[in-house]
Design a binder for this molecule. Structure first.
Ligand code: PHE
Length: 334
């Protein structure tokens, strides 16, 4: 018994970790362990010696159990300490670099434009990019044989469905739903089959519409000049030129004095000193008829502009494709 105890003590001294200890425990106290085997021998011991043998073997068993328990909690404590040490955070190390995005210049320009109109009481509306031919053309008084419907300009999804070529269909959709007065802008993506340094197949427009009793061309002028002066500065020259759109009558194109060369003539303004910025006009009574407004009672004006063009002028960007490459070095500049 004493030998057994001594061997056990020698062995437990050389235990290096919890796995060793568990093996030692199995070796001595497990089902097929040394102590268990001794206990099984009990019945074969002469009755006279049995009590003493039994006591000794139980004492040694208890001794071993205690030794193992003590060592086990010590080893577990050490293990925990090691883990905590290796998991600790060195707050003096330099951090990982997180690169931030930037608001895209198109969205930035759009927010600026939107802010100005919202301050003048306009709400913001949206319409679908995949649009019925009816809303994109027919209801805007663009007949079937109009050049704007040319297969080269318009992406057709089916004979009746197109990718909208402008934001003007939103005029019709909103007027169909609502009685006058209406006063809103409608920004969004539009699509045309066109591509060079100033054209991409997808670009952004912002539409505007104001309809009520007694709206006239002076109101159109007042709203748009106010907008342009907020957008490009209070001294920016503005001029209205007669033009044509099927859904407005009369129609105008609106130019501002070239902000690149200060109206002295450059490549961007093609030496004219003027930049075309907006299309606009008084809503054609035929459009009102499509949405059930009485043209005798109501009048209104509409306008539309390209956001890329305004952003390009404002930030002196000479290639429209830069907007869509998502090169962070370009985007960071705005
Ligand atoms: N939809 C026209 C275009 O894309 C712009 C426009 C809008 C003109 C509203 C007049 C009134 O060119």
């Amino acid at each position: 018994m004493e030998d057994l105890k001594q061997t056990f003590l020698d062995e437990i001294k050389s235990v290096e970790g919890l796995v060793d200890l568990s093996n030692l425990k199995i070796k001595y106290l497990g089902k097929k362990g040394i102590i268990t085997a001794q206990l099984k021998k009990l019945s074969s011991i002469p009755p006279a010696d049995r009590a003493l043998f039994g006591k000794k073997i139980n004492d040694i068993k208890q001794f071993m159990e205690t030794e193992i328990d003590v060592l086990e909690s010590r080893l577990k404590g050490e293990e925990l300490k090691r883990q905590l040490l290796s998991d600790s955070i060195d707050v003096t190390l330099s951090g990982k670099f997180v690169s931030f995005g930037r608001e895209h210049p198109i969205n930035k320009t759009l927010s600026e434009i939107t802010d100005i109109f919202v301050r003048m009481g306009f709400s913001v509306e949206e319409g679908p990019e995949i649009e019925l031919d009816y809303y994109n053309f027919e209801a805007l008084n663009i007949p079937k044989d109009h050049p704007a419907r040319d297969m080269q300009d318009t992406f057709y999804v089916s004979p009746d469905i197109v990718l909208r070529t402008h934001t003007s269909p939103v005029q019709v959709r909103v007027m169909e739903k609502r009685k006058p007065p209406v006063r809103f802008i409608a920004p969004g993506k539009v699509y045309r089959c066109d591509a060079d340094v100033t054209h991409t197949p997808m670009f952004h427009q912002i539409e505007g519409l104001m309809v009520d009793k007694g709206i006239n061309f002076s109101n159109l002028k007042g709203v748009l000049v106010t907008f342009l002066h907020h957008m490009f500065g209070p001294d920016t020259p503005v001029r209205f030129r007669p033009s044509f759109f099927p859904f407005t009558e009369p129609s105008a194109e609106i130019d501002i004095g070239c902000i690149i060369c200060n109206s002295s003539g450059c490549r961007v303004c093609k030496n004219s000193g003027w930049l075309e910025i907006l299309g606009a006009g008084m809503v054609n009574p035929r459009v009102f008829e499509h949405v059930g407004y009485d043209p005798e009672e109501y009048s209104g004006f509409a306008f539309g502009m390209g956001i890329e063009r305004i952003a390009m002028l404002k930030y002196s960007i000479d290639d429209i494709r830069l907007f869509y490459e998502n090169d962070i070095r370009f985007l960071r500049q705005f």
